[in-house]
Design a protein around this ligand. Sequence first.
Ligand code: G3I
Length: 444
Amino acid sequence: MPIVSAVVAAALGTTLVVTATANAATTLGAAAAQSGRYFGTAVAAQKLGDSTYVNLLNTEFNMVTAENEMKWDATEPNRGQFNYSGGDRILNHALNNGKRVRGHALLWYQQQPRWAQGLSGSDLRQAAINHVTQVATHYKGKIYAWDVVNEAFADGNSGGRRDSNLQRTGNDWIEAAFRAARAADPGAKLCYNDYNTDSINPKSTGIYNMVRDFKARGVPIDCVGMQSHLSNNAPSDYQANLQRFADLGVEVQITELDISGSNQANAYGAVTRACMAVTRCAGITVWGIRDSDSWRGGENPLLFTSSGAKKPAYTSVLNALNAGGPGPTTTTTTTTTTTTTTTTDPVPPGDCTASVSLNQWNGGFVATVKVTAGSSALNGWRVTTTLSGGSVTGSWGANGSGTSGTVNWTNVDYNGSVPAGQSTEFGFQGSGSGSGLNPTCSTR
Ligand code: G3I
């Protein structure tokens, strides 16, 4: 039977109060999860034999993006012949370790296989849409979010599309790709991803207008990826830019963050705080783990040194994640915050435990539930929670049986397998009170 081992921190205030200081997490992924967000990294398949790299990956991150292995040149080297070896290796490592996966990228003007570079017109359009369908189908049910289209807008002041072979197939190539991706994997969030979109500028405004048009016409789009390859600073309107996209009804995700320069630690903190302040900012991915893993050779733009030590930028990010919360969206005047941790002890072999971290504010809550395998690996789990008054309005990483009272949560495809002694997470948000959830875990 579960034993409530700790009930921590109740606070009243005139502004939003969050739990982090009561229960600061010590890894990036766990810190982000407190507010229902993720913290991810790009991963290169050939580095999965490097123990320093893998240890940092497994410990610090709960989202993974394949740096190159899911791109068109890697996955369809010859027309109609698909190779998922590198992508699958990264995906399986992530899923086997309780992490989620961002798919990157279905269509891009770069890293196209040579055969596609030689196509044009309706032949290229057909090949491109077939590529989207095939790859999204292969990974169906396993991808948290796809970068469906990458870098399709021009730099500079035009605010228009970038010229490319794909663009020359017709302006509707982007929406055709999104519709094909939705049809192939209805469970994946579908993102448009680009760089130089970190402030309110002609390029980001061009993308903003496209997203607004897609939402108005029912073209399936769920998220916008801000790559955020930055130098020294986050633009002063970084948060405002995220917020204007969020206000269109899409999530924003920071997808390839790296920051060079002597102000690196401050800039990382500013970017992280901006995400935490935007409710629909779902999470942050850094583009590599150690400086030596970065595509920006010599610029040392990441959170760990080349030997794997934490840099000051790491501490800035961790502190900002721990200080954050669900993201203030209203002028809430009274807020109550409670963190409850429930544990089950001892753990029978093959069994599992569940604990919950609860961020409660005036009128709503986010619950992040950690599922931990006992001395045997899990191949499917069920967590039961009890809602005493509140009701569920959204969830991630599990399927719920209902929205009020006793709710049974079962794993989704990507997080059902949990190695012995390791953990995965899911979460849900709700209105009203999330107190007394008392999660219990069993195997399926
Ligand atoms: O694997 C081959 C190796 O066998 C060969 O000897 C070597 C010779 O050049 O190339 C290796 O492939 C390289 C590959 O990275 C793996 O390291 C490619 O040349 C190189 O072009 C490729 O660069 C990638 C780049 O995208 C391609 O444009 C970077 O790793 C990757 O970090 C970068 O990622 C992009 C995102 O996808 C989109 N946003 C921008 C970001 C940075 O450019």
